[in-house]
Design a protein around this ligand. Structure first.
Ligand SMILES: [Fe+2]
Ligand SMILES: [Fe+2]
Length: 160
């Protein structure tokens, strides 16, 4: 049984974001099913997840900037922490053949993802909708006022 499977309860109702999240869940499942193989076969799955996650987070951060989030905000900070862990686990897998940390990473990400998607990503999706932001063109129908304070929170329950 996979640690995490896609289901509609994970949807944030922003089509591009949901598609990216579905791909993330698929790549995590693929990594999980490779865990009984040697490190040389696990590493490419991990690499694919890492590069997809770099693009996934990069996309959300470009959207955050477009709709008025400050460069330093807690959503981006959490992305940076996750990427740091993924890069380190990937490095150890490639350089030392370490699979122990990959075995810890898979359930860790499976546990982390729903909370992140339904708090921080959902809040971003809501802000995008409020501003009338079109990810395809980058157009913002209702831009944030020039004198408005940039958003540093994420809308998550632990954020003010
Ligand atoms: Fe996301
Ligand atoms: Fe995110």
């Amino acid at each position: 049984m996979a640690e995490l499977t896609w289901n509609e309860a994970l949807a944030v109702n922003q089509p591009e974001m949901d598609e990216t999240h579905r791909e993330f869940v698929d790549l995590l499942t693929r990594l999980e099913s490779a865990l009984d193989r040697p490190p040389a076969e696990v590493a490419p799955c991990l690499e694919e997840l890492l590069s997809h996650t770099e693009q996934h987070f990069g996309q959300e951060e470009r959207w955050m900037a477009a709709v008025g989030f400050a460069p330093q905000n807690c959503h981006s900070y959490q992305h940076a922490q996750i990427l740091e862990v993924l890069r380190e686990v990937h490095k150890r897998c490639v350089e030392q053949g370490d699979l122990e940390n990959v075995r810890l990473l898979v359930p860790g990400l499976a546990q982390w993802f729903p909370g992140h998607a339904l708090a921080m990503d959902a809040a971003l999706a809501m802000t995008m909708a409020e501003r009338g932001f079109d990810p395809a063109t980058g157009e913002v129908q209702r831009p944030i006022e020039a004198e408005a304070v940039p958003i540093t929170g994420c809308g998550g329950s632990s954020c003010s």
